[in-house]
Ligand binder design. Structure first.
Ligand SMILES: [Fe+2]
Ligand SMILES: [Fe+2]
Length: 130
């Protein structure tokens, strides 16, 4: 049981590191390009959102299935689940809004939401998995 908790903690920190070092910088880079020439990329943005969505959902689903049950009863859980819902809503909104400018603004909000969410998880969850 304790060994499993240590494994979960390692995987959690690893996935968060990948999100912080790869996914978020990738999103910021792409959004910077979209801001320079929005009309040029309007055909690509759907695939970009789909990539981000896939990467994010794999992580969030694993976390909800394997991590949160291990710390069940802790008050942080409701907060984290609410943030997962908020992040999902932002992804859906980014798909739904029509203009490139709106999509980029929502995706900027998404970068920030994911960044803050992961920071909060890293501050709290590892300490509960010892
Ligand atoms: Fe999370
Ligand atoms: Fe996470």
């Amino acid at each position: 049981m304790w060994e499993r908790r240590a494994q979960i903690k390692d995987r959690l920190l690893n996935e968060h590191r990948k999100i912080e070092l790869l996914l978020l910088p990738y999103m910021e880079l792409v959004l910077g390009e979209y801001e320079k020439e929005p009309e040029r990329y309007s055909g690509d943005v759907g695939e970009f959102i789909a990539n981000v969505e896939e990467h994010w959902y794999l992580h969030a689903k694993w976390e909800e299935k394997e991590v949160l049950p291990v710390i069940s009863g802790h008050p942080i859980i409701d907060e984290l689940l609410a943030e997962h819902r908020k992040i999902k809503e932002l992804i859906e909104k980014a798909k739904r809004v029509k203009s490139m400018e709106e999509k980029v603004a929502v995706l900027r909000e998404l970068v920030l939401a994911i960044k803050n969410h992961i920071k909060k998880e890293n501050d709290v969850i590892p300490g509960l998995l010892y």
